[in-house]
Design a protein around this ligand. Structure first.
Ligand code: PGA
Length: 249
């Protein structure tokens, strides 16, 4: 299957203050000295999106949000609309992360509505899917992930740039990762589900692997068939670690 250029995206989660932008400056300086081999993105907490986007203006680091509301505006205290992220300088948004699916009861139907909102605002969504340990142990990983892909991707995504991130819930922040064979099996199933849902145009959109990607396992994971990049949590907080992962892509 034809692969687009890899995307290595960092998810800072609820980490980072203004002082953390120093890591971004370091990363930017390092990347400036080398030819781009992949796309690089950082998704900081909402409070840092505008400042990071200013800092990264002109490339090569893209900036994204970690979530958005499905509605365009209104009485939703504490929430952020896709257009607000776009206005702050973001180009991407992570949607349906398992910490939101599990912690906030977000369903695939809600993730789909958020992805439609992102698209309408001109953001490129990174839609996350992944099975729990219980589901994997019951032999249901592929079935669960396939269902999440079909139900979370709006048909309107056809022809647009987006990514799917496969993040086994049990691998996030635990230091555990699936075997390379397990990653390949699920990524192939994700690709098939993307094409089933959106047509052959979806063959070129990257499928990222996420869940305990570190400098020492990134090269092997990123070499697996159908792995089109990585979504990196903990290891994206330090420029040196994130850079090693970028260099492995
Ligand atoms: P982790 O997080 O790399 O810290 O496991 C990945 C993610 O949740 O996106």
């Amino acid at each position: 299957m034809k692969q687009s250029v890899k995307l290595v995206a960092g998810n800072w989660k609820m980490n980072g203050l203004g002082a953390s932008l120093g890591e971004v400056e370091r990363l930017k300086a390092e990347l400036a000295g080398q030819a781009a081999t992949c796309r690089v993105a950082l998704c900081p907490p909402a409070t840092l999106v505008a400042r990071m986007a200013q800092l990264c203006d002109g490339g090569p680091i893209e900036v994204g949000g970690q979530d958005c509301r499905a509605e365009a505006s209104g009485a939703y205290t504490g929430d952020i609309a896709a257009a607000m992220l776009k206005d702050a300088g973001a180009g991407l948004v992570i949607l349906g992360h398992s910490e939101r699916r599990q912690g906030y009861g977000e369903t695939s139907a809600l993730v789909l509505a958020k992805a439609e909102a992102a698209l309408a605002a001109g953001l490129s969504p990174i839609v996350c899917v992944g099975e729990t340990l219980e589901e994997r142990e019951a032999g249901r990983a592929v079935e669960v992930v396939r269902g999440q892909v079909i139900q979370s991707l709006p048909l309107a995504l056809a022809g647009h740039a987006f990514a799917v991130a496969y993040e086994p819930v049990w691998a996030i922040g635990t230091g555990l990762t699936p075997t390379l064979e397990q990653i390949e099996e699920v990524h192939r199933a994700v690709r098939a589900a993307m094409i089933e849902r959106l047509g052959l145009g979806a063959a070129d959109q990257p499928i990222l692997y996420g869940g305990s990607v570190k400098p020492d396992n990134a090269r092997d994971i990123l070499a697996v068939a159908e792995v089109g990049g990585a979504l990196v949590g903990g290891a994206s907080l330090k420029a040196a670690d994130f850079l090693e992962i970028i260099r492995a892509a």
